[in-house]
Design a protein around this ligand. Sequence first.
Ligand code: FAD
Length: 450
Amino acid sequence: MVGGGIAGLAAAWELACAGRGAVTVFEPGRIGGKIRTSTFSDRPVDEGPDAFLVRTPEATDLCAEIGLDDLVAPSAGRTLLWTGGRLRRLPDGLVLGAPGRLAPVVRSGLLGPLGLARAALDLVLPATPPDGDVSVGQLVAGRFGRQVATRLVEPLLGGIHAAALEELSAELTAPQLLAAARRHRSLLLGLRAQAAAAGPPAGPIFLAPAGGTGRLVERLEKALRRAGVGFSPEEVTAVRAGPPGEGGEPVEVTTASGRHRFGAAVVAVPAPVAGRLLGPDGPDDLGRIPFTSVAVLTVALPDGSWTPPAGFNGFLVPHDEHRLVTACSFFSSKWPAIAGPGRPIVRLSAGHSQDRRVDTLSDEELTARLLGELQQAIGQQVAPVETRLSRWPAAFPLYRPGHGALVERIGQELAACSSRLVLAGASYGGAGIPACIRSGRAAARQLLTA
Ligand SMILES: Cc1cc2nc3c(=O)[nH]c(=O)nc-3n(C[C@H](O)[C@H](O)[C@H](O)COP(=O)(O)OP(=O)(O)OC[C@H]3O[C@@H](n4cnc5c(N)ncnc54)[C@H](O)[C@@H]3O)c2cc1C
């Protein structure tokens, strides 16, 4: 296994469960990759992801398999939008920001009269079923107009992926919207029909281990070690399909200590790194997946100095507000079971494919500017008792329209080079923790059948 992020660990777990041969995970950095929980203001506070979706079962299944059963849900808070200098409530009935009902959007006051009129046109426009993959921007603006795209969908979906809607593949990042647009004449009516068929959510939408997402990695690492999986802190510098027959082991992994031969390897590092490791014989297209850097500023405020708006878990910021902050989570009210009582803690996110300031600003500048924007958003001065800046360079893969076809091509090129090498991780089929677990386990299963 090359890379000990959640995708690599999940692949190792799949192989360990199958009991097939010795497994080694090469991870020169922190085990868990982008999943990192560390102590902040005497509490465990996540530096990267703080929860996983439960709509797909991969993360909850893995937790159950490794005996991690103390999962907690965020408090049932709503989301605000920081726009026009005010924090306003996002309307009900949105699906990834797209409206399934118009009345709540009208009441929210987030769209102007022209924007509302254009959104309502969706109900009467002829069907425009997208042919193949399109951008989320094209899909949403085509049905509802620009205002819905920029004020509702972009803050949510663009915030999740740190990207503009025009750069996001609808197939990968908004499959619900694409399915509704293909099956129904009106996108709004399609989303409404989807919601009616699905019924109200049976349980929480997100969960996290009590003590932070880092607990998932700790438990998984322990379970892997118990199952005999080895961990090497060496950085891998090359992965090659060796000449067939030589030494019986067809894959060669190079580190500073030499060349190590294995029966097969899962390469679970970001695509550009995988491209470098696989060298000129590997798929050319690995270097064509772009990445965006993000940063998270965690801030603890003095006890009682500020109370987050009751019933809200944070705010999102539309990109056309030209702020540095893209989202703010009221950590202490969102995760009372993790944060405990007392001092308010917030997490501010920054970084966007069309705003590269995270790459250029110093730690001091980033911190000062984000704090300044927090003050403006909440309308009061803040005097933090502690701050922590977590930088994630080139962290978010940009899933451009056609990403699925690109990934398929990469897979075919690699398969033509060796059936004993498989790729896994956030670069390919989705960045969420469940998608990365799915990708790692699927890669391991592919090797087991090969
Ligand atoms: C700030 C932030 C917030 C997020 N929030 C959420 C969230 O709330 N919910 C959610 O589901 N997802 C969230 N995500 C996304 C999710 O955390 C990641 O997509 C996922 O953890 C990536 O896992 P991975 O295994 O693919 O890659 P990584 O975690 O990047 O792991 C790759 C590993 O490969 C190692 N590596 C690199 N080069 C080499 C080499 N040469 N040799 C050996 N090893 C190497 C690296 O050290 C790293 O540990 C968030 C991500 C970030 C950055």
